[in-house]
Design a protein. Structure first.
Lengths: 203, 319
């Protein structure tokens, strides 16, 4: 289980971005988080994925305090894949940095073999986002955090990517936190939906 | 190409008329072997004064290049063909230069287009022709768009994304532009900011301005556009009316448009297999054939012409 244990975070000393958030995510469960811009959803995602350290509270992943040494079992996927990938590397190299992938897994994610020799600038946003997914889903990964993962994509590509992700969630029993402005999307994919502002307020 | 004018507006002169527009770039594969890749094919679009026409397509479909073609800001090596008319007169390179930023204006995709070192009010004032009344006109535009008094004294970095977006819209509002091209003005906005940006765009179309609204967001297009051009792999597959998007998409003419409609999470969230073709792929037949659920042998070998069906236009043999 991913246990988010009363975490609080602030950038400046006088203002909490969020205070005492408590939330558990079970393996195989998709939790949607909804809320307007600027309330701290993305900061929350970064804290859980270990990019930022909480000022108070802790994150427990499968019984261990996160982060541990080695690859983080909690992986974050953001809104802009083009910013998350080294623009000077071919896609093959981008993947190689993160591990070895079987052809079967890549084709399941809809990654075409021809794309491997391309540079990121030669692929569309939807195509790049599949690579970000592949990188995030390593054998060690047990929780995924998707922060506006498909906001930039058209409806068909969005549906394609989510269908793949939900299949992997089911098969690998990944737990997922999905942050989005889009309530209809969350209703399609989540087991439960939480309003971030209420979550940050409820103690 | 007579059949593409919309009947009830026959006596008005369109603001913008694009016919059989194609765009290609030279590409070097293996050494110096030059070949052309075509990024836009047979594009057609007509915008009348006071009308909002959405161009809906996925990322990488060439939407932003369309905007660049109309403004005449394509890279030097682009090869462009076809007819571009502004108010019935050909848009030549010279005319594009004269009209750009004046009668034709762009609301860019990125809020980074604002000058980071200049207060937003002054940036907008710089566009206003009437030199005596600059400040008043700018302040009125800001007020109309719901920007608080004093916003004009702030620098772009002091504004939120939604506010910066409104400053960009204000620039279009105070300009003498008759045609405004808005390139993806909504992604990443929350519901409130999204609604606001759309109603601001709608405001812009009042006063007989025509708007070309480039977006990947069908819901946004449906909210404000009069007509929706569905763009796929560099081609217009359908030009539909807003009302056609309802139910299971029975009234929609092209199978791609139907798939796009059914893929929305509000509808069936239904997946269409496959990817958009690469720009170097050449199709003797229909561009959508490889993914089309109703394609036949005919679609593989023959290109469907655009035909008028039920007050809209489509390129499909089976519409």
């Amino acid at each position: 289980m991913l246990k988010i244990n009363n975490i609080s975070y602030k950038y400046h000393s006088d203002h909490w971005i969020f205070d005492s958030i408590q939330l558990n995510v079970n393996p195989g469960e998709v939790v949607g988080i909804y809320g307007p811009s600027g309330v701290g959803k993305s900061t929350f995602a970064k804290v859980i994925a270990g990019y930022l350290k909480p000022d108070r509270g802790s994150i427990i992943v499968n019984g261990k305090v996160s982060p541990q040494i080695g690859r983080n079992p909690v992986q974050l996927i953001g809104q802009h894949p083009e910013k998350a990938i080294n623009p000077h590397w071919r896609m093959k190299q981008v993947l190689a940095e993160s591990g070895e992938y079987s052809d079967g897994f890549l084709s399941e994610l809809g990654i075409s073999k021809e794309w491997m020799h391309r540079f990121p600038s030669q692929l569309s946003g939807g195509e790049l986002q599949r690579f970000c997914l592949a990188r995030a889903i390593a054998p060690e990964t047990s929780y995924l955090i998707a922060d506006e993962m498909t906001t930039m994509l058209d409806a068909i590509t969005q549906a394609q990517i989510w269908q793949t992700v939900l299949l992997l969630v089911e098969r690998r029993q990944l737990g997922m936190l999905v942050i989005s402005h889009e309530l209809p999307l969350l209703k399609q994919i989540s087991n439960r939906i939480l309003n971030f502002e209420e979550l940050a307020r409820a103690i | 190409m007579e059949n593409i004018s919309i009947p009830n507006k026959k006596n008005k002169i369109p603001l913008l008329e694009v016919k059989q527009l194609s765009l290609s770039f030279p590409q070097y594969k293996k050494g110096f072997e030059e070949s052309y890749i075509q990024v836009i094919r047979d594009f057609e679009l007509t915008i009348y004064p006071g009308e909002i026409v959405a161009v809906v397509g996925s990322s990488g479909s060439g939407k932003s290049l369309l905007a660049d073609s109309i403004l005449g800001i394509l890279p030097e090596n682009a090869a462009i063909n076809g007819t571009l008319l502004f108010k019935g007169v050909a848009l030549t390179k010279n005319r594009q230069e004269q009209l750009r930023g004046k009668a034709i204006s762009l609301i860019p995709q990125s809020v980074k287009a604002l000058d980071p070192l200049m207060k937003t009010g002054r940036q907008v004032q710089g566009i206003i022709r009437d030199k005596k009344d600059k400040k008043r006109i700018q302040e009125e535009a800001f007020l109309k768009l719901g920007l608080a008094p004093g916003t004009g004294d702030k620098y772009p970095h002091e504004l939120s994304g939604g506010m910066a977006r409104r400053v960009l819209i204000a620039s279009a509002m105070v300009s003498e532009a008759q045609l405004i091209i808005a390139d993806e003005p909504t992604p990443g906005l929350d519901e409130l900011a999204w609604e606001e940006t759309l109603s601001n765009l709608k405001q812009l179309s009042e006063g007989n301005r025509g708007i070309m609204f480039i977006t990947h967001d069908i819901q946004a297009a449906l909210k404000i556009a009069d007509k929706i051009a569905v763009f796929y792999a560099g081609e217009t597959l359908e030009i539909a009316n807003k009302e056609d998007f309802s139910g299971k998409g029975e009234v929609l003419r092209h199978p791609y448009t139907k798939a796009l409609w059914l893929a929305l999470p509000e509808n069936d969230f239904k997946v269409l297999k496959g990817n958009q073709p690469e720009s170097e792929d050449v199709f003797p037949g229909c561009v959508f054939e490889p993914r089309c659920p109703i394609a036949t042998g005919l679609c593989k070998t023959n290109k469907p012409d655009s035909t008028m069906i039920n007050n809209g236009i489509t390129r499909c043999f089976y519409a």
